[in-house]
Unconditional design. Structure first.
Length: 81
């Protein structure tokens, strides 16, 4: 059940990031899920580095969306080249 929850939450985070980020990215369903999961993972790593989260603790929803938006902006710049 944990994998399904990760996929669903990754999808929701990815969709919110795509809605909040200006511009149009032609990303499919799987890429959106990967974007959300990567945003959540990196938010957790950054939060642990800054002392916001302990090891094994998941990142917050807002932090995950913010990092997913940053990843989406990075994706847009790389794709532009």
């Amino acid at each position: 059940m944990g994998i399904i929850w990760t996929i669903v939450l990754g999808f929701v985070i990815g969709v919110i990031a795509k809605l909040l980020h200006p511009g149009k990215e032609n990303m499919g369903f799987i890429a959106t899920i990967i974007l959300g999961i990567a945003g959540s993972f990196l938010a957790g790593v950054i939060g642990q580095f800054l002392g916001w989260y302990r090891a094994g603790e998941g990142a917050g929803f807002i932090a995950s969306v913010i990092v997913a938006i940053l990843l989406l902006a990075l994706y847009g710049r790389i794709r532009q080249r």
